[in-house]
Design a protein around this ligand. Sequence first.
Ligand SMILES: CC(=O)SCCNC(=O)CCNC(=O)[C@H](O)C(C)(C)COP(=O)(O)OP(=O)(O)OC[C@H]1O[C@@H](n2cnc3c(N)ncnc32)[C@H](O)[C@@H]1OP(=O)(O)O
Ligand SMILES: CC(=O)C(=O)O
Length: 529
Amino acid sequence: MATDSSPTSTDFHVFDTTLRDGAQREGVSYSVADKLAVARLLDEIGVGYIEGGWPGAMPKDTEFFARARTELPLKHAQLVAFGATRKAGVAVAEDPQVAALLEARTPVVCLVAKSDVRHVREALRTTLEENLAMVADTVAHLVAHGRRVFVDCEHFFDGYAADPDYGVRVLEAAFGAGAEVGVLCDTNGGMLPMTVGRVVADVRARTSGKLGIHCQNDTGCAVANTLAAVEAGVTHVQGTANGYGERAGNADTFVLIANLVTKMGLPVVPAECLPELQRVSHAIAELANIAPDDHQPFVGGSAFAHKAGLHASAIKVSPQLYNHLDPAVVGNDMRILVTEMAGRASVELKGRELGVDLAGQGDAIGRVVDQVKVLEADGWSFEAADASFELLLRAQLPDAPPPLFELESYRVSVEHWGNGLVVSEATVKVHVDGERIIRTAEGNGPVNALDNALREALVDRYPQLAGVALADFKVRILGWKGGTGATTRVLVDTTDGTGEWTTVGVHDNIVEASWHALVDALTYAVRHR
Ligand SMILES: CC(=O)SCCNC(=O)CCNC(=O)[C@H](O)C(C)(C)COP(=O)(O)OP(=O)(O)OC[C@H]1O[C@@H](n2cnc3c(N)ncnc32)[C@H](O)[C@@H]1OP(=O)(O)O
Ligand SMILES: CC(=O)C(=O)O
């Protein structure tokens, strides 16, 4: 909760380092165009500062800052160039890395400085006094050239445990030379919230400058550590999109913003930006080529998804009873999952979500609950297959439409030809409105052949199937029964170019499992498109 001594939004900074520390995550490699796109997205969520990279350290980052001057008009954020203090024993004006920081021509520079005596002695291999001079000289030089300067005090918390005075001297050197913010970094990420809160409070009492916090996530506490630091008085927080970063990552910018605004009462981004969090989180995941984490707090696809029947029964009365927040506040949605853990309320709420009127349908709802429990015991899963669930639900209602066709038989063959080609062929025999239809089609696999043959058989009667195509196909083997025997679950994603829907099929035979999913996919298309 914000208190009288809490900072206000105007002196509070959210500083995002997705493009510098976030890019240190194993497996991430942005192009310059990606970096520009990520920066634009971060600007849309209203962060105050975007650290774009380390100019002079790598050509991509140097090019990013050059292109940013014309290609990155930012509405909310200021662009920040990152770099180190001058080298030991080198005059600041002669240090090429410091010159590269000026050449980036950003309004703000964030310097990394050593603040742990062991790092000064063993990593920099210089004296404690020379390190203080490196900090002061570099800050003063950049300030003299018109830059605002923030200083990341690396290994501040480990250093504080070893020698509590030296970190404070580094901060004083930075502030004395004109730095605006001294950022206390848990570089090794080994801290817990209690220590972070205590050290920040201590340091606050010993310095008068503005303090910030930068937490790595090695104890899984980066967000908690950051919030503890805010409670203890820092007014600048650093994070990365989706917590990407070196090793176990950093404090997640989206989770930080959501917590600061909705739990701590600090309006750190403009109000209209908060509902953009989910969209921007997913868009950056795409650019980073990392699948979004469904279970990410606030913005994950499952962050407000309810599976347990008891939860659904209370949510039916009031969604707040099982949601810590209205999901729309951060651009997310509540979802009800209908599974073996569902009760009648889950089905009612899911029906509402799918636009199915269940008023007065108590018996049908009961039958659906029972049917789902039996089917799930056999390996079916409707969690990801809303379209199949909707068909199952509607089939229990008094006005249930008849099936699209009656199946006489289908046959699928796979031929491996002498020239190495593998060709699949399917024949389906169906009855539509009393007419017997037989169609044969080829495909690049048995399921594709079956899909083509079935659609050809139905398309004259149901022309909307002409624009429908299989978009994705996922197979999961559910427990081996010995030999090659196993139950197979198939999920099919189907599209008509404007929408996409998912259906499910389960059987010991993979082709039969696929058939169930395909029939649902085409039935859903006819009923909805
Ligand atoms: C905690 C953090 O995550 S800070 C960000 C870290 N990010 C990166 O390292 C990514 C980009 N880095 C790079 O491209 C390269 O490491 C460079 C271009 C910066 C430096 O490359 P090199 O000149 O080959 O040096 P190298 O990486 O081997 O060592 C780093 C040097 O910086 C010095 N150094 C480290 N921290 C600081 C500091 N705060 N101030 C001044 N010098 C420093 C080291 O003592 C070492 O100096 P030395 O070459 O005289 O031994
Ligand atoms: C600066 C930084 O990234 C760190 O200390 O972890």
